[in-house]
Design a protein around this ligand. Structure first.
Ligand code: ZN
Ligand code: MN
Length: 476
């Protein structure tokens, strides 16, 4: 039997506002435990929440970016549950009427096609604090309590773990482009829960879905979904689906690569949502509507522009536009008037490989865009060969020097003076008269030998194109 995989994702994005969602405490975490707190985020009785305008603006910007409906009037609700890191005993969230509804984005599939993925809603809420477990003692740190979150819920439109990852990457790029979140996955400012179910192909019904919580890397998300799909299909095939696949929350064990039952899944009724009596409905003024519409260029638009403006391949354009830092780096390079294809190769192949090896992100690159552009200029003006430029780049990764200094230090300046090369060619032909005779007698394969000898004589510095040209002339 063939199965279809149904995946819906919930992503919590921490908004990069200066202050918390309902109080004026700073959102920075570096401080001493429980120092970024006040009566509101400590949940003291009588303290009153005030909505953060910046968080509302950022949620709306996201709404415009996914072509969603923005509700001019939305509501804040209390979501009741008990946990030590939640001092009020409820989380302020949005329920019946979220600020953003009915949007979509496009994911890029491997065959170059696109697929539209629905976004059901995006709502504002506050984060909880953190429990810190130290041996037999557990502590509660409320510095994070009250930090603004945007929870983005997709439609169950995704059909494989690869599609789920593509969706998350696009979402990640969008929030980074909008600069509404740093979206750092390791630090938890972009966290994902995946709802996974299967059904026989052709079936229209939705079967039991399992929620996998707190996935914080693209790789883990893919592995967790793959494992869960496999588990559900096996249960179906051996007749234990009813017992094995129940509506529950599972955790992904990154060591063992399996998902494990954590708790039965709550229904929304379990939370006893009700409108927060301390917060009137959020009504957005018309002027604010217009103000938030001016959003920056988004990944898909940038990719199209790169294809049009620089004539680069769609694949390369998509790769570069997938990260805002990479796109900025590329455009800064292009401002130096280099050939686009060289810019693409030296950024996405040469520099990317070296950064990857060093475990660095593009924004941490020891070689800046201006330096890489200058290196490319030195290839284009024939000061150095393409091959020598790779050595120069290695050197620049380690040394804080100018490109020309690096070329000087390494003694890699290319010989592109035709007279000098002619001299070398003459030497080589003179020293190998027997081979010249064989070549002229029809053994044309020897041409490569002569090129090699001239390159050797120049210690690899002769411009290979010129060597070829001059050799052909002399041997004809
Ligand atoms: Zn506070
Ligand atoms: Mn939530």
């Amino acid at each position: 039997m063939e199965f279809e995989v149904i995946i819906g994702l919930e992503v919590h994005v921490q908004l990069n506002t200066r202050t918390k969602m309902f109080c004026s405490c700073p959102t920075s975490f570096a401080q001493r435990q429980n120092s970024n707190t006040c009566p509101v985020c400590l949940g003291l009785p009588g303290a009153l929440p005030v909505i953060n305008e910046e968080a509302v603006k950022k949620a709306m910007m996201f709404g415009w970016a996914i072509e969603a409906t923005i509700n001019q009037k939305s509501l804040f609700n209390r979501k009741n549950y008990f946990y030590p890191d939640l001092p009020k005993g409820y989380q302020i969230s949005q329920f019946e009427v979220p600020i953003v509804e009915k949007g979509h984005l496009f994911i890029d599939l491997e065959d170059g096609s696109k697929r539209k993925i629905g976004i059901t809603r995006a709502h504002l809420e506050e984060d909880a604090g953190k429990n810190i477990h130290e041996g037999r003692i557990s502590k509660v740190d409320l510095n994070r309590a009250g930090t603004p979150l945007l929870e983005i819920v997709s439609e169950p439109d995704l059909r494989s773990s690869q599609e789920a990852v593509q969706y998350l990457k696009k979402l990640h790029a969008i929030v980074r482009y909008l600069d509404i979140s740093d979206a750092n996955m390791q630090e938890g400012s972009f966290r994902c829960d995946a709802n996974v179910s299967i059904r026989p192909k052709g079936d229209e019904e939705l079967y039991t879905r399992v929620e996998i919580k707190n996935l914080n890397s693209f790789r883990f998300i893919q592995r967790a979904i793959d494992y869960e799909v496999e588990r559900q299909i096996e249960a179906w095939e051996d007749g234990s689906y009813e017992e094995e696949v129940i509506q529950e929350t599972r955790l992904f064990d990154t060591q063992k690569g399996i998902t494990r039952s954590m708790r039965g899944k709550e229904e929304s009724a379990d939370y006893r949502y009700f409108p927060d009596p301390d917060l009137p409905p959020l009504i957005i003024p018309q002027s604010f509507f217009e103000e938030t519409k001016a959003i920056p260029e988004l990944p898909d638009q940038k990719r199209e522009r790169f294809i049009q403006e620089y004539g680069i391949r769609p694949y390369d354009a998509a790769l570069i536009a997938s990260s805002r830092e990479m796109a900025d780096f590329f455009e800064e390079m292009m401002a130096h008037g280099i050939t686009p294809q060289n810019g693409v190769t030296w950024l996405t192949v040469e520099l990317a490989a070296r950064l990857n090896k060093a475990g660095l992100e593009i924004q941490e690159s020891p070689v800046q865009s201006e330096t890489l552009a200058k290196l490319i200029q030195r290839i284009e003006d024939k000061t150095i060969s393409n091959k020598a430029a790779k050595d120069v780049l290695d050197y620049l990764m380690e040394h804080q020097v100018d490109v020309d200094e690096a070329i000087e230090d390494l003694g890699l300046k290319q010989i592109s003076d035709p007279t000098a090369i002619e001299g070398l060619v003459d030497q080589v032909l003179e020293a190998n008269q027997d081979k010249v005779a064989q070549y002229k007698g029809g053994k044309e394969k020897l041409f490569g030998f002569f090129v090699g000898q001239v390159m050797k004589a120049s210690q690899g510095k002769a411009d290979p194109k010129l060597v070829n040209e001059i050799l052909r002339k002399k041997l004809s």
